[in-house]
Design a protein around this ligand. Structure first.
Ligand code: 5BU
Length: 454
């Protein structure tokens, strides 16, 4: 920390922070302007900065370096010289002649590129760089920014599934400057105004409400799920992992009022029948909850289609929502002939420990999910784009891990840390002594955690 602090004070003396009335490249107005360009003229500070960055992202973790143009270019170049890892250059605009390439330098499809950004505000210019690099077939596993203005940019990038870190946060650097008495009185006032105006302390915790989310979700079943949630004040989905229809129906009679959804694994039910499904469907209408089949389709498109519409279970004839992996690519869930009011939940990241998902995979699943109008949401263990509903299984008040590979978090953690919209609870409820009371406890915890996040 000392080294970082020392470094920040040195660059502060170059005049990288200005106070006044500025319009940022994002279009936002600000009383504070941060510009790292003066560092380009100080080779000693460029070297120190790149060493600090290399401390955060070890050089074995990337094969190429790219700076977001233009301010980050000298920083990325120094990083390349220090680490001996090749630099590629992203153009701001196509030069309109010659090769018309947006990316210059030597690289191969599939190489893993570290992106360097100087100051992150909304994250928009960073996203443009990401998109251009991905178009070239490069993989973005790590992104480093020098300073986060804490105005939501880091969150926006994380929600898209990217791994982004920052060397400094604006709140942290102002604390350093204040501690060292580097700031004049009027500068402190401007900073305070900036913090209040941008609600910086709250930005990372604030979540969007179900009402706002409903505006962003286009699929009718996603909207319906939110309506039920708001009406019944419950974001609890119970997973009835029971092998006997009588037990499932008994559970539903106890918890039906407290849930917005009931999740099944129909293929584990010993005495599955259509009369059971009809009965369940009627209760779901009467008690106002949706039926989710956790089928986890994972095959090529035509087989997924057969598994959905045919066989003993004929899932598409009764389920409101079905889960799917997209390991086989976007087309595997593209033409499933789903009824118009049936939605899909993709699986970006499971709740088990030791899963084979990495950031790159998760990001691709999120991209596929956002592009498919049938997808209402996803399962992930992190914040995701606001246009997707986030479902979180692996919920338990007391258990953390079990020896079957399951990992559990508390509902509060699901909402506060991961930005969840719905918790999925199985054995904590159906194995409890009194499922009715326990379901109410989870409903209450989930609802309070949601409300506290607003
Ligand atoms: P539990 O009893 O609360 O562990 O039940 C969780 C349910 O959610 C169970 O049906 C799993 O198959 C399901 N699940 C999960 O646990 N983790 C995941 O990542 C996904 C589904 Br996707």
């Amino acid at each position: 920390m000392e080294e970082k602090e020392q470094f920040f004070l040195e660059i502060y003396n170059l005049g990288i922070i200005k106070f006044g009335n500025f319009t940022l490249k994002s279009g936002m107005n600000s009383s504070i302007y941060i510009d790292f360009r003066p560092i380009a003229s100080r080779p000693d500070l460029l070297i120190k900065l790149s060493d600090l960055l290399l401390h955060e992202v070890p050089s074995y973790d990337f094969e190429l370096i790219c700076g977001v143009p233009y301010a980050a270019l000298p920083i990325a170049t120094t990083l390349s010289l220090r680490s001996k890892i090749p630099l590629i250059i992203k153009r701001k605009e196509n030069k309109g002649y010659g090769t018309e390439r947006m990316i210059e330098g030597i690289y191969k499809i599939g190489q893993n590129c570290l992106i360097i950004e100087d100051v992150i505000t909304s994250g928009d210019s960073l996203l443009k760089t990401i998109i251009d690099l991905e178009k070239e077939g490069l993989i973005i596993k790590n992104i480093m920014s020098i300073l986060d203005r804490e105005q939501g940019g880091i969150e926006n990038i994380k929600k898209k599934g990217y791994n982004i870190r920052t060397l400094f946060r604006i709140g942290e650097v102002f604390k350093i400057l204040k501690k060292k008495s580097f700031l004049k009185k009027e500068e402190i006032h401007m900073i305070q105004f900036f913090f209040i105006k941008n609600n910086i302390k709250n930005i990372q915790n604030k979540r969007i409400s179900y009402e706002e989310k409903k505006e962003k979700i286009s699929h009718p079943i996603g909207k319906k799920l939110i309506d039920i949630t708001l009406k019944k004040k419950t974001n609890l989905i119970v997973s009835a992992d029971l092998i006997d229809t009588k037990k499932i129906l008994k559970l539903v009679s106890l918890i039906g009022d407290r849930i917005c959804g009931l999740k099944l694994h129909v293929d584990i039910i010993n005495d599955f029948s259509y009369s059971f499904i009809n009965y369940l469907k009627n209760i779901s209408i009467e008690k106002n909850f949706l039926l989710l089949e956790d089928r986890k389709l994972c095959d090529v498109g035509p087989t997924n289609c057969l598994q959905l519409h045919y066989g003993i279970h004929k899932i598409s004839s009764w389920a409101d929502i079905v889960t799917a992996h997209v390991l086989a690519g976007s087309m595997s869930i593209q033409n499933l002939n789903l009824p118009y009011n049936m939605g899909l939940i993709t699986i970006s990241e499971m709740s088990s420990y030791g899963g084979l998902y990495d950031d790159n995979y998760i990001r691709k699943v999120l991209n596929i999910s956002l592009k498919n109008p049938k997808v209402i949401g996803t399962v992930a263990q992190r914040k995701v784009d606001d246009r997707l509903l986030l479902f979180t299984p692996g919920i338990h008040f007391y258990e953390k891990k079990n020896n079957l590979g399951n990992r559990y978090i508390h509902p509060v953690q699901a909402f506060e840390k991961n930005g969840s919209d719905f918790i999925i609870v199985g054995k904590a409820i159906f194995q409890s002594e009194n499922p009715k009371i326990t379901a109410e406890e989870y409903r209450n915890a989930g609802w309070k955690a949601y409300e506290n996040g607003l």
